[in-house]
Design a binder for this molecule. Structure first.
Ligand code: ADP
Ligand code: MG
Length: 614
């Protein structure tokens, strides 16, 4: 159908290629088809060349892509190859849509989404043109497979009888296909929203390059898929995408924008003398006490510095910590608060709601037709470069328990099952909460023996806090006062929002709510953390080094004891370094000073004393 319009558009693309992509096409011709099969074009380039054409590419991508590919086939190449099956793939659309904001108006359009790959199937061949051999006369009838369902011939092109037919795979054409599920990145979510996801089909040369846990930006065409089955169709549709290009993004906190005004505020805050107290007050203010735990959680947010060693190995900067203790002591409340203030976090329970659990799993479920294996990322992978807050860690599955060792120390998770061999990144900090072995601590048994996790796992935690719920008159009175105060503040707040003409005085509301308001606004704190982690890489001063060394050597001497509840290993030393570095980062300092080392030693000492070392 060489209409005038078609020819004109094809010519337009040829001209575009000559002006913008001469070298790229030359390179493609040399590598085609084994090493490269696609010409990638930047939407921006096309827009500069011809804004109308670029807009058409967005609104009628399938049609325009055909012209673009036809122009590529017709392009005058310096070498004698034919780019018969080459693809044109657009990337770099100027803006990306939030997955939760995709609507029917995007149907058929080219859109870009960003997120993390939650699930990815194996790469498997998909038939695109099926050759059916007539069992009566032997004629091949070729049926293009463009629709979703497998199409069989009605009658034979040779004898015109209705088969029977046999699929001849040698004579059929196949393409590699893979299905992905991309979920919104944790950092895009506010206040514990459930992340939404979209399924994306990809084909041919772009398959097999991404895996579960990768942060990606996918450009593709939004499609609709009717719910229900052949017998009973539903008026409701689901959306999915045909992926055109997939780019891996690995920047930290890419979505976090920090303005000059934010930066000024952060720098000012960082030099305030009581910044550490402020930090403590910025975590879960409705929970009374736990100053040490809260400070440690804050250090965890800032984290130590990850070191890449010359031999290619790396030492994690992420801190792992565990709160273990009696029920009803505010552990869950503190953990879930992290979602408000961490730039990237995942909060979940050890019991796990997904088949991937906490780590990762190869599963065979509906996502891959029930036949195909799918690799699914769990919480520790989804929290890559952030914090995984995992409640009821003691209730995790046996599979997770064993995968957890590698996840915490090497910060990756290997899955090897049913032909799937994959390594997923899990460069996150774990903040765990657990109950002791018998549900609550038994005061007559050593605490160390009541932690229901194996020693190898325990040793991977930088800090372990034990929380006992012993009656203590003064503490109980303060706690009661605090909780009642908190409730009252909440009541006032609700009352005032529902009745704007409330007769409580401003002053009254002010003083009451102040006490349970965070000392640093969560929005600002998130930016503060992201800013420090991006810009601040402190190194140890001599004083800080010797402070930590002394403490460690001393600890080893005491830890030689046969029945020491938790062995003191070299990991403790690394933990101290990380804590001290995190402490320096809170001040945005380039050096880890003695005071930072003291702060680290103080927290480590507090934890060890609780479980009975010392
Ligand atoms: P856990 O996870 O340790 O079993 P929760 O976090 O579910 O405990 O806390 C139970 C309830 O007790 C929550 O409503 C919490 O606000 C309250 N609570 C417990 N400890 C404190 C505390 N120190 N300060 C304020 N509230 C507390
Ligand atoms: Mg709990």
């Amino acid at each position: 159908m060489a209409t005038a319009e078609n020819t004109e558009l094809i010519d337009r693309f040829e001209e575009f290629y000559r002006n913008y992509y001469r070298n790229e096409i030359g390179e493609l011709a040399q590598k085609y088809p084994n090493d490269q099969k696609s010409l990638y074009i930047d939407w921006d380039d096309l827009y500069r060349f011809d804004p109308d054409l670029a807009d058409d590419y967005r609104t009628k991508p399938e049609q325009i892509q055909e012209y673009a590919e036809e122009a590529l086939r017709l392009y005058d190449l310096p070498v004698d190859v034919s780019l018969g099956q080459a693809h044109v793939r657009v990337r770099n659309l100027p803006d990306s849509e939030d997955i939760r904001d995709l609507r029917h108006e995007h149907h058929g359009n080219l859109v870009a989404v960003r997120g993390i790959i939650r699930k990815a199937t194996d790469v498997r061949p998909k038939v695109i043109e099926a050759a059916f051999e007539c069992q009566r006369c032997g004629t091949l009838t070729r049926i293009p497979q463009t629709a979703g369902d497998f199409q069989e011939p009605h009658d034979c092109q040779g004898c015109e009888r209705q088969g029977p037919f046999r699929l001849n795979t040698d004579q059929s054409q196949f393409i590699d296909a893979q299905k992905l599920r991309v979920q919104e990145s944790p950092e895009g979510l506010r206040g514990g929203e459930t992340p939404q996801s979209i399924d994306i089909n990809i084909e041919d040369d772009i398959t097999g390059h991404v895996t579960a846990g990768d942060h990606v930006r996918v450009t593709g065409i939004l499609k609709l898929d009717q719910r229900g089955n052949d017998n009973e169709k539903s008026p409701m549709f689901d959306i999915y995408m045909e992926g055109v290009s997939v780019e891996i993004e690995d920047e930290q906190f890419e979505d976090m924008e920090i303005t000059d005004a934010d930066k000024k505020e952060i720098v000012e805050l960082s030099s305030e003398p009581d910044i550490y107290d402020k930090m403590v007050g910025a975590i879960a203010p409705s929970i009374y006490g736990y100053e040490k735990e809260k400070l440690a959680m804050m250090l965890q947010l800032f984290s130590g510095v990850t070191k890449e060693l010359p031999d290619g190995s790396r030492i994690r900067g992420d801190l792992h910590m565990l709160l273990i203790g009696d029920p009803g002591t505010g552990k869950s409340q503190m953990l879930s608060y992290i979602e408000n203030i961490a730039p990237r976090s995942v909060y979940t329970s050890g019991k796990g709601s997904s088949s991937a659990g906490l780590t990762a799993a190869a599963v065979r479920d509906d996502f891959g037709d029930g036949q195909q294996w799918t690799l699914e990322a769990g919480a520790l992978v989804l929290a890559d470069q952030g914090i995984a807050a995992i409640d009821e860690l003691d209730k995790m599955s046996p599979e997770d328990r064993s995968a957890m060792h590698e996840a915490l120390e090497q910060q990756r998770i290997s899955v090897s099952k049913a032909g799937i061999n994959a390594t997923l990144k899990s460069r996150c900090s774990l903040l765990g909460a657990a109950n002791p072995k018998y549900g609550r601590f038994d005061q007559y048994e050593p605490i160390g023996e009541q932690i229901d996790l194996e020693p190898a796992l325990i040793s991977r935690f930088d800090l372990i806090f034990t929380v006992t719920d012993k009656p203590d008159e003064e503490k109980d009175r303060n706690l009661a006062e605090h909780i009642i105060q908190t409730n009252y503040a909440g009541e006032l707040h609700t009352h005032r929002t529902e009745n704007p003409t409330s007769n409580f005085s401003e002053e009254e509301v002010g003083t009451v709510t102040e006490e349970v308001a965070p000392t640093i606004e969560p929005d600002l704190l998130r930016k503060y953390v992201a800013y420090a982690k991006r810009n601040c890489f402190p190194t140890m001063t001599e004083e800080a080094k010797s402070r930590i060394e002394d403490f460690y050597v001393d600890l080893r001497m005491k830890g030689q004891d046969e029945d020491a509840p938790v062995p003191v290993t070299a990991r403790k030393l690394e933990a101290l370094v990380r804590l001290a570095e995190a402490s320096a980062r809170i001040r945005l300092s380039d050096t880890v000073d003695e005071a930072d080392a003291d702060r680290a030693v103080d927290i480590a000492h507090y934890c060890l004393k609780e479980i009975g070392v010392d």
